[in-house]
Design a protein around this ligand. Structure first.
Ligand SMILES: [Fe+2]
Length: 182
């Protein structure tokens, strides 16, 4: 991980995800194969982003910011669930050769825009400030370990369930991350 802050890393990743969605939308009318590839990448990127947040960032936030009256992580998790449902709806249609996914895309774009904005404004910087340098290093290291495991698994079929190895890699990184926080 080259990025110095969690804010910087995750904001860049949001932009990466936004571009992949745009790519899918641009290609789907003229290049269905390219659109499917973009969808595969979009799905992998979003699943990885969500797993990083739920298994690494959220536990750290709730551990380090426990004295705050309010934690946004339960709402973020519910929104992640909805994002994955929309993504799955698109993937299932495309799998059947049906690219008429505009309505679901609009819903996905809207929830992503609001969700990402809230994370960028209310979450990443707070976590950056709450962690000391060693802790932030542990978070980025845990993400890097996940990344290494994930990239060994790609390319993958966009329509299969999240591979068990990926889950195991994330669990391992989470354990490492939690050890570093105690
Ligand atoms: Fe998120």
């Amino acid at each position: 991980m080259d990025e110095k802050s969690i804010y910087e890393h995750y904001t860049n990743d949001h932009e990466h995800i936004r571009r992949l969605l745009e790519q899918f939308q641009r290609l789907k009318t003229t290049q269905p194969f390219g659109a499917k590839q973009a969808l595969t990448e979009l799905r992998s990127a979003l699943e990885r982003h969500i797993l990083w947040e739920e298994r690494i960032l959220f536990p750290w936030f709730d551990h380090k910011c426990a004295e705050r009256n309010y934690s946004p992580t339960p709402a973020f998790k519910r929104e992640h669930g909805q994002i994955l449902i929309y993504l799955d709806d698109i993937a299932r249609k495309v799998e059947r050769g049906d690219f008429g996914t505009e309505e679901v895309e609009e819903s996905l774009e809207l929830i992503l825009r609001l969700h990402n904005q809230r994370e960028e404004e209310e979450f990443y910087s707070v976590l950056d400030k709450a962690l000391n340098e060693a802790e932030r290093g542990a978070v980025l290291e845990a993400m890097g370990r996940c990344q290494a495991s994930i990239s060994r698994l790609t390319p993958r079929d966009p329509f299969e369930d999240t591979p068990r190895q990926l889950q195991e890699a994330v669990e391992a990184a989470c354990r490492l991350s939690c050890r570093c926080s105690s």
